[in-house]
Design a protein around this ligand. Sequence first.
Ligand code: SF4
Length: 399
Amino acid sequence: MAQLSAEQAYKLEYVHGAQLDALREEACDVRDHHWGKVITYSRKVFIPLTNMCRDECKYCTFVQHPESGNANIMTPAQVLTIVKQGEQAGCKEVLLSLGEKPELRYREARQMLAKLGFTSMIDYVVNICELILKETNLLPHVNAGTMDSAEFSKLKAVSASMGMMLETVSERLLEKGQAHFSCPDKVPATRIATIVSAGELQVPYTTGILVGIGETWNERVDSLVKINELHHKYGHIQEVIVQNFCAKDDTQMAEFPEPSLEDMLRTLAVARLILHPSISLQAPPNLQERYKDYIASGINDWGGISPITKDFINPERAWPQITRLAQATRECGYQLQERLTVYPSFLSQPTYVEPAIMQRLKQHCREDGLAEQQFIEQSLPTLKTAHQFESTTLYRVAL
Ligand code: SF4
């Protein structure tokens, strides 16, 4: 079927019951036609390089104010310790995630960076990527927020892929009392400009929407339509994440209602029908244990799952064990397969990845572009779950 237009999608806000079931079936047909009976995930380690950020999203528990005593920047040695553990556990991706430009707002961040020999976080990220490439066999995926062309160019030379959630195109959410008040990097035009820069530089890119942070249905649809437009222009969006807002204690949105399961299923199906079928549709499996419902709404990817580090952005939600996820996926008639941080269709386009990085990707992939899967969970009796690791892998640096 043709992709949904914004006008068609606006009318689906209250679709439910048999009509919602039919919509989800259409989404599954599109998914099956393009992606087959395979649901993918990326085996990764998560590196929260710094938890300082100049923004103040009202739902965030990741961010730490310098005065809290918990703010940190991980040292190269700390990063390498975790990445090498990941290498042992068969991971192929290092997700570098960090707050936005803390050095522009906080003296403490500038001081910590100076002790490491840098004046900008992006330059430090470049250095960390180089180190990962030199000392391990893993591939960096950089999630450093809003960036300009010069920053993308530096990082493209040392990473396989990058990403940043668009979250929403709603300007309303920047107003006082809303989720993105006092967040200069959450201005939709700035985030769209970042995705455009990634497109101009042909960076394999991940983006997505955050569902239920106060946006209207039409704004949610507009966000998906905007991502699709950018992909049509540049062709660089390899995956879109549809992530549900989770209310967290100690945040200003602790009492804010989370999106219902039906709302998520409706949004996933509409996303699958708005986006070009070649864009991977992902929903994180640790944020709502509804594997089968998500598969039955058109997703084809679970995103990055770590066998050794917890989800630092949503620390209260453990990653599912990969074997459990494989079982649930199999029960739906699909096969769980590991992929690399660069999707197969981008591996055949040399302009998207630097030659040295492409060489490493090729070492890790099979003929069809998915990952060589050497690891079977049962063969790792000592591998700990995310919960067990929680107290030992929360690295903090006091500089
Ligand atoms: S930009 Fe990211 S790290 Fe910074 S406050 Fe918002 S959600 Fe937290």
